[in-house]
Design a protein around this ligand. Structure first.
Ligand code: ATP
Ligand code: MG
Length: 695
């Protein structure tokens, strides 16, 4: 019956992949010793879920993983064979790499000599296999009731028209194009159109300031900028074209002039009559693009030709122009998408990320379309008209896979579960998280409330630089631990090293590095290969250094502890900011927390915590004490915050990550050294925080 099924399932799950020690939690469950272990420690996918999953047991994962490590060329070539190549790669050149700076320049290449096109594989190939009438993309606008959709055939026509236009104005293979658009369907269309003709797109998140945009224009010198006149986020209109105008003036001053600005008229936000215009430079998308033919030949490119350039979100300083190439990135995003979300053709997939971030490149546009998936593109914000918007959308489209960020989970959790539970959400099957470590308490809320305790969560650890998932659960394959990104994806060899760059085995914590390349790896920083080597390959010779700290537990699960720059050293204890933050956020009245180190006479560094309370909860001395006690109890007295600083809001990048660099300055009272705050989502929070410094 059901219970013996469950037991068999649990037994097969207990063959965990690591071989790194005993799996006490699972064994306890198998032996029926402790059900609490299941609740507190390990969360199993249901037997039905696993039975249907692409990878349904740790054993199956381990076999595939081992093969991918022993024979990467064979493993990835088989996958490459499922895509269309105009000319096959040279079989002896599947992968060529040097990650060791002491042995010469760092280089990575996959499938060199192969000729392909990612747009062809993401769009045309699905039509040729008879799926042209399937929905490629749904679009949900800022206002409920505003929506649209495109089949794969319709998508191809739109892509071709724009590609033909781009060619007509002289954009060709290797030319850069800056795309500064909100989440209209025109954004993925523009990316695909560039890819089709071999142009290199650089999407800039349409929330960045004119200065940030200018900085990127000056760096990559695009042939044209593609934008729209305005967009509404919630009730607030944002005049994107004005920002582009200012950025182009600024770029001109820095010696880069762009003579063409293709502007989409986003009628729901602004009429063309109201748009500021420079006739000699600006042109309306609707006036020209729609006149071009709906067929456009594909430019076959080398697997190693550049596909796009994307500047990292800038949490740690000057943005880096990460360059990805075509072939390896194609295989990698498609394969990671398929397995990490256990994709099947009936899925309706929604990723809340903007195409301005890597997540929107790999997992709104390329990964899903390469699988022929149906993707939902959402223009609006999760709390407009109210905090139930996401679940309203989930029910409207019967979304099955929902992929988002911890910052959104925490903010919806703060607004209360009623917004969630008033919607059915019965279509949901798999949930996903990316961007920061997800605190166990947020994980549980996401799992229990949003997913009704039945949808596995893929907590995907990866970076702009990695192109795709690196450490991620495969939802049917193994039990999860809230807050752990679990195990490496196929072909990825994560290692944890100590200060001296020695690999450490078993249960440990240290610096997360990757040994050997993988197809989706970035190939350089645009125009600055030296910075590429210095930042990523010099810190630990022979490895790609991720910049993140990580620990591995006795069962081999990986726990990301945040950026290593953020580690705090209190009286010789190395404490990850993520750990203290998680403890704080587990307090029922704490909505969000950010922890930084400050100088401390005795301890070397002290712990300084910025805390945002749940809506409506007043600050009090008692609450301050109770927060400190929570950290003491969960981690230990050495991790107890020395200071709690009440924070109505936290400074965040526009991708929703906390900018600790600014918090460190506020904590140290170095207010004249705050640096550039213009890239913050809401620069106003900095003043609020300063005003509350002494409360
Ligand atoms: P910059 O490199 O410019 O400072 P960034 O690192 O924020 O910006 P991204 O490439 O968007 O830019 O983010 C990658 C980083 O996000 C990772 O290095 C890690 O610190 C964090 N991260 C992403 N996903 C996860 C996850 N699932 N768990 C823990 N951390 C994550
Ligand atoms: Mg980074």
């Amino acid at each position: 019956g059901a219970s013996s099924d469950k037991l068999r399932h649990v037994e097969s799950m207990s063959q965990l992949p690591s071989g790194a020690g005993k799996i006490s939690g699972i064994n306890a469950v198998v032996l029926g010793e402790s059900l609490a272990a299941e609740e507190n420690d390990l969360i199993f996918p249901s037997p039905e879920f696993s039975a249907d999953a692409l990878v349904s047991s740790p054993k199956q994962y381990r076999e595939m993983y081992e093969r991918s490590i022993k024979d990467p060329a064979g493993f990835w070539s088989e996958i490459a064979d499922t895509f269309y190549w105009k000319e096959k790669w040279n079989p002896s050149e599947v992968c060529s790499e040097n990650l060791d700076v002491t042995k010469g320049p760092v280089h990575i290449s996959w499938f060199k000599g192969g000729k392909t096109n990612i747009c062809y594989n993401a769009v045309d190939r699905n039509i040729e296999s008879g799926n042209g009438d399937n929905i490629a993309m749904y679009w949900e606008g800022n206002e409920p009731g505003q929506d649209g959709k495109l089949t794969y055939s319709e998508l191809l026509e739109k892509v071709c028209q724009l590609a033909n236009y781009l060619k007509s104005v002289g954009v060709g293979k290797g030319d850069a194009v800056i795309i500064y658009l909100p989440m209209l369907l025109e954004l993925p269309i523009a990316m695909l159109a560039c890819a089709r003709i071999g142009a290199v797109h650089s999407v800039v998140f349409a929330g960045f300031s004119a200065d940030s945009l200018a900085q990127r224009i000056v760096d990559c010198k695009p042939k044209l900028v593609i934008t729209c006149n305005a967009v509404k986020r919630g009730v607030k209109p944002i005049l994107l074209k004005d920002i582009v105008d200012a950025a182009l003036v600024e770029s001109e001053k820095n010696g880069v002039s762009v003579g063409l600005c293709l502007t989409y008229e986003n009628q729901s936000a602004m009429k063309r009559e109201d748009t500021k215009w420079q006739a000699e430079r600006d042109i309306w998308w609707q006036d020209v693009v729609t006149k071009f033919p709906t067929k456009c030949d594909v430019e076959w490119v080398d697997a190693e030709d550049p596909l796009f350039l994307l500047y990292t979100s800038g949490s740690t300083g000057k943005p880096k122009g990460v360059l990805h190439t075509s072939g390896g990135y194609m295989l990698y995003t498609a394969t990671t998408f398929k397995y990490a979300f256990d994709y099947r053709p009936t899925d309706i997939y929604w990723c809340t990320a903007d195409c301005g971030w890597i997540t929107g490149h790999s997992y709104v546009t390329y990964g899903p379309l390469l699988n022929g998936a149906t993707v939902l593109v959402f223009e609006g914000t999760p709390n407009y008209p109210d905090s139930g918007r996401c679940w309203d959308i989930v029910d409207k489209y019967n979304v099955t896979i929902f992929y988002t960020a911890p910052t959104l989970v925490r903010s919806l959790m703060r607004d209360g579960s009623e917004y969630v539970t008033r919607y059915s959400r019965k279509s949901l099957r798999v949930l996903g998280s990316v961007g920061e470590p997800i605190n166990p308490s947020a994980w549980r809320w996401f799992y229990n409330i949003v997913g009704d305790s039945r949808c596995p969560i893929s907590d995907t650890w990866w970076q702009t630089e990695t192109g795709g998932f690196m450490i991620t659960p495969l939802p049917g394959a193994w039990p999860q631990k809230p807050g752990s990104a679990t195990f490496p994806f196929f072909g990825v060899q994560p290692v944890i090293v100590d200060e001296k760059g020695q690999e450490i085995e078993g249960e440990c914590s240290g610096y997360l590095c990757i040994k050997k390349s993988w197809p989706g790896a970035f190939r350089t920083l645009y125009g600055d290969h030296e910075r590429y080597e210095t930042t990523y390959f010099k810190p630990f010779a022979g490895y790609y250094f991720t910049g993140d700290g990580c620990s591995r537990d006795k069962d081999g699960y990986h726990w990301l502890t945040g950026r290593v720059d953020d580690v705090i050293n209190v009286s010789g204890h190395r404490i990850g900011t993520a750990e203290v933050e998680s403890a704080l956020v587990s307090h029922p009245q704490c909505a969000e927390a950010a922890v930084v180190g400050v100088e401390h006479e005795v301890k070397g560094q002290g712990i300084y915590a910025f805390v945002t309370l749940v809506d409506g909860v007043p600050y009090s001395e008692e609450l301050r004490k109770s927060l400190i006690v929570t950290v003491r109890n969960q981690i230990g007295a050495f991790a107890a915050p020395d200071k709690i600083h009440w924070a109505p809001g936290l400074p965040k990048t526009r991708s929703g990550k906390i900018m600790r660099r600014i918090l460190r300055k506020i904590a140290a009272r170095q207010l004249d050294e705050l640096g550039d705050t213009s890239t913050l989502a809401d620069p106003g929070v900095v003043d609020q925080l300063i005003a509350l410094s002494d409360c």
